[in-house]
Design a protein. Structure first.
Ligand code: AMP
Ligand code: TRP
Length: 333
């Protein structure tokens, strides 16, 4: 049987080029080779202050967007349609170390953001988030998890949970999943190339792959670079522009511009123009595909509900076995 691939994305805004080049592009190509499952994780999106009506809208919008970039409907599910994720998350709370979870970088970053927000509130859900993520992965006994570099720590915690569970039940029940990276696992913000491109950091720190062309060009045009003074190392802003060319597979332009950089003849405005043209090319493809797909939203909703029901059967089978192994009651009502 072919190996299993699992990955997820939060419905907290548009897919940006960091998501795409760091993870989602890989999701699409892996579908030819493996048994793939991709989740829109709405339970995760509740961990920061949120608006319930918007959550549902964002969830379906993300489904359309993922389909537009090439994810197959039969591989896609919505997390809250498979409540066994949350059930396994609870069970895993008892196999996760408090101190390790407390040390997660994403929790530290987001709790800072949350505490500085209007309500000054940090939820237990935000703290517990990586344990639910471990459940998302292990409930399908996934072999591979294609994600960006920022998820490395969460993957390590997942393996620790799997190990502790296996030791407790005296059986190698869970496979230890492996992280899959793209060649560009960390795309930086063009407005501040010392931090990663991210949805939660604010509008200027991410570029939507469905962005309006004018806005996209403006964001690349105003990308932070450097003063142009010769330095021993390339600045993070320039390196990020080169990285974007590479990620979008415009290798000819990448190599030409790199040669210009090496010889001291690089024109920043020209490089930015090429990066913008390259991303706009992709962006147009995505926008057109999305228009075609969203012509019949009802049909898509039905398809995704059906695929979630199908994928749920695998999650239910795991939960039944896990409950038996853990000494919990297992009755078919
Ligand atoms: P999220 O938007 O946080 O749900 O992330 C969805 C996927 O995109 C995850 O696999 C992340 O690791 C990946 N990702 C998010 N931001 C970036 C980035 N700036 N560069 C590369 N990958 C990213
Ligand atoms: N934590 C991931 C992120 O912020 C999203 C996620 C949730 C995920 N569950 C997952 C990724 C399971 C991979 C596998 O991007």
């Amino acid at each position: 049987m072919s190996k299993r691939v699992l990955s997820c994305i939060q419905p907290t805004g548009d897919i940006h080029f960091g998501n795409y080049f760091g993870a989602v592009k890989n999701w699409v190509s892996l579908q030819d080779q493996y048994n793939c499952m991709y989740g829109v994780v709405d339970y995760h999106a509740m961990t920061m202050p949120y608006n319930p009506k918007k959550l549902k809208e964002n969830t379906w919008e993300l489904v359309y967007n993922l389909l537009a970039v090439g994810v197959k409907a039969e591989n896609l599910f919505i997390q809250s349609l498979i409540p066994e994720h949350a059930e396994l998350g609870w069970i895993f709370n008892n196999f996760a170390s408090y101190g390790r979870v407390e040390n997660m970088t994403q929790f530290k970053d987001k709790s800072k953001q949350s505490s500085q927000g209007k309500e000054g509130f940090i939820s237990v859900g935000l703290y517990d988030y990586p344990v639910l993520q471990a459940a998302d992965i292990l409930i399908y006994r996934a072999d591979f998890v294609p994600v960006g570099e920022d998820q490395k720590q969460h993957l390590e915690l997942t393996k620790e949970i799997a190990n502790r569970f296996n030791n407790q039940v005296g059986k190698e029940y869970f496979v230890l999943p492996e992280m899959l990276r793209t060649e560009t696992p960390k795309i930086m913000s063009t407005a501040d190339p010392t931090r990663k491109m991210s949805k939660s950091a604010g509008e200027k720190h991410n570029i939507s792959i469905f962005a309006d062309e004018k806005r996209l060009r403006k964001q690349i045009g105003s990308a932070v670079t450097d003063s142009g003074e010769p330095t021993s190392e390339m600045s993070p802003g320039l390196a990020n522009l080169f990285q974007l060319l590479k990620a979008a597979n415009n290798l000819t332009a990448h190599d030409e511009q790199m040669a210009a950089y090496t010889s001291g003849a690089l024109k920043y405005s020209e490089l930015k123009g090429i990066v913008a043209d390259t991303l706009v090319g992709l962006n147009r493809e995505f926008v057109e595909k999305k228009e075609a797909i969203t012509a019949d939203k009802k049909a898509i909703k039905n398809q995704i509900k059906a695929s979630s029901a199908e994928i749920r059967k695998r999650a239910q089978a795991t939960i039944r076995e896990v409950k038996d192994l853990c000494g919990l009651s297992n009755v078919k009502f």
